[in-house]
Unconditional design. Structure first.
Length: 259
């Protein structure tokens, strides 16, 4: 993989560690950083040895402070072309991603976290969509995803005011899975990853794709749609689909192969 400048990407066993590496600007994202993240997610998706990813930001101040507005002001035309909303690399990713929020997750940073499957946050973290206070719109998932994660009126309180909330408040709202002291953040994320790794990877991917693909459907339509999802069909034709029941019958731990 081509050398990365703004993202750290490490592979340790079955876990991919992805770190936004621009701490001098609170890990704000500009087009080159977004392009590197897209390449990382593509590699993660394609690597059969990787079964779960942990996404975080460098340093202790921020997970991601959203779009790099100074870059945007200096190069408005280039930034505008690069930041037009559209399909996000995480949207089509069947493998799970855990967000480890180590500080500010605001604007595009919160939008990035909303696209992850599990969110673990340090107690000092802050969340919000301050775009209206900059004359902008949280159009990369903020206004569409947040009302689907927490109750409508609570989401609109954040969207319309641009105010930030604390990590305990985000936990109370159900936006965060677990709240921990800062030194325990990565161990907590790794604990979630370890729990996922106890499951068959193809079953995990099928479950994620089933949920993501059918959220907008009625229960009856969603049930019918399951039969046509690629991850579901791949699971049902896999060795692991046989291994799970066999291991249970033989009273032993299953040996997942991811195929």
């Amino acid at each position: 993989m081509q050398e990365l400048q703004f993202v750290r990407y490490e592979k340790r066993g079955r876990i991919a560690y992805v770190t936004i590496n621009r701490p001098e600007v609170l890990n704000a994202l500009h087009p080159p950083a977004k392009a590197e993240l897209a390449r990382v997610w593509e590699d993660y998706a394609a690597d059969p040895e990787l079964w779960v990813a942990i996404l975080t930001g460098a340093g202790e101040r921020a997970f991601c402070a959203g779009d790099d507005l100074k870059y945007r002001a200096a190069q408005p035309e280039a930034a505008q072309r690069a930041t037009r909303p559209g399909a996000h690399p995480l949207d089509a990713l069947a493998k799970p991603v855990i967000a480890a929020i180590n500080g500010y997750a605001v604007g595009g940073g919160l939008e990035l976290a909303l696209r992850c499957d599990i969110i673990v946050a340090a107690e000092h973290a802050r969340f919000g969509l301050p775009e209206p206070r900059r004359g902008l719109l949280a159009d990369d998932g903020g206004v569409t995803l947040l009302p689907r994660r927490i109750p409508y009126h609570l989401a609109m309180g954040l969207i319309l005011t641009g105010e930030l909330i604390s990590a305990p408040e985000a936990y109370r709202l159900g936006l965060v899975n677990e709240l921990v002291p800062s030194p325990e953040l990565m161990p907590a994320a790794e604990r979630w990853a370890a729990a996922i790794l106890e499951c068959a990877p193809l079953a995990v991917q099928a479950a994620k794709q089933a949920v993501r693909s059918t959220l907008h459907m009625s229960p009856a339509s969603a049930q019918e749609a399951l039969e046509w999802l690629p991850a579901v069909r791949r699971l049902r034709s896999s060795e692991d689909y046989i291994e799970g029941p066999r291991a249970f019958a033989e009273k032993r731990r299953p040996c997942w192969r991811g195929r």
